[in-house]
Write a protein that binds this ligand. Sequence first.
Ligand SMILES: [Mg+2]
Length: 118
Amino acid sequence: MEKANGKDVSLQELRDRLAEFAEVRGWDQYHSPRNLLLALVGEVGELSEIFQWKGEVARGLPNWSSDDKEHLEEELSDVLLYLIRLADVCGLDLGQAALTKMVKNASKYPIGNKKSST
Ligand SMILES: [Mg+2]
């Protein structure tokens, strides 16, 4: 399968391409925040299925087939795309929100504190 050039892809570009994708297909009417949230949760389920019953998995997925890795890429992308679309229809700037949240997390969990949870 041909790979898109993903260098320096921005959340803004993905947001705009998703909006166009939905608009030209007449899907805007279905893209309410609630519908998109449920679609996102469904995709998180599909992502979880990939790891289900595998036990602990090594970083870098050294023993996975290329087909399994491609499947993982697809489901991670589905989650990302629905998340970006959800933020967009809610009128939120997801990139800026994520940066702001990271600043809050850094303040909440100063360096040297071993506990982690967001
Ligand atoms: Mg999927």
